[in-house]
Write a protein that binds this ligand. Sequence first.
Ligand code: NDP
Length: 263
Amino acid sequence: MKIFSIFGDPISHSRSPLMHNSVFKALGICACYSRTHLNNSSQLRDVFLAKKLSGANITVPHKEAAYAQCDEVRGIAKTIKAVNTIVYEKGKLIGYNTDADGFMSAIQSFGPIKNALILGAGGTARALSIALLRGEITPTILNRSPGRLDFFTKEGITAYCWDGFTAKDYDLIINTTSAGLSDEELPIPRPLLLELLSRSKGAVDVIYGKETPFLREIKVSGLPYKDGSDMLLAQGVLASYLFLGGEFALKTIEVPMKHSFNL
Ligand code: NDP
């Protein structure tokens, strides 16, 4: 039997086991997908190998560490320098990033977008900003602290921390911080958020499965919005395609994976 897992901290909220196990079951694949609670990023590779995994997904806060611990990184993950999917191939850990394409697929419903403000500067913000750039949408980063802004400025992306930022017009406001994931915090101070929302055309919270304080404010604003469910599905389909060695069409994977959202 092949074994897969998702690594993260926190991890109990993750829907990935249900999504991937539904695909394995529907396609008759002898495999099992579990959760691994990991608080020390530096142990990711050792735990992956000790558990004899065939593949894994990586979530908050380990995506940048996962990138550093892969033997090889392919595709857009090379630019993003953050990995959310690892496939064990001929004794090597091969890293990919499916968040980027998953997000772009999820925001199609907003129609044409010229620019976007990304709240946060972690692994997910990296993935989304590079994906937006490639889709000819100008990203701007706003993070609470300056420590992680270098990556963005080196890519030519304007990046601010709270000090020194003033609100402007953005087509889309995207929360990629973990504020609201396991607490009741907003990703930025409320007065600033309200001003940004009043000048925006839509908003996305990449967190899924709960109504975060950010999502509550968007609903009150009346803007078109999405939580992270569509992105979760799209990145999961792409990850499953990689886990299964490209043997099954994306649509064949998507149907049972989407069905698992109603379980
Ligand atoms: P990281 O740990 O890499 O980055 C977290 C970011 O959030 C950092 O910029 C951090 O700022 C900021 N942050 C954390 N807490 C707060 C707070 N209380 N207020 C303001 N900013 C805060 O996480 P990831 O990028 O891996 O993941 C971020 C979120 O995205 C998670 O909630 C995850 O569940 C979600 N996600 C959802 C996906 C989906 O498919 N729907 C896919 C991928 C991620 P600082 O630098 O100052 O510490």
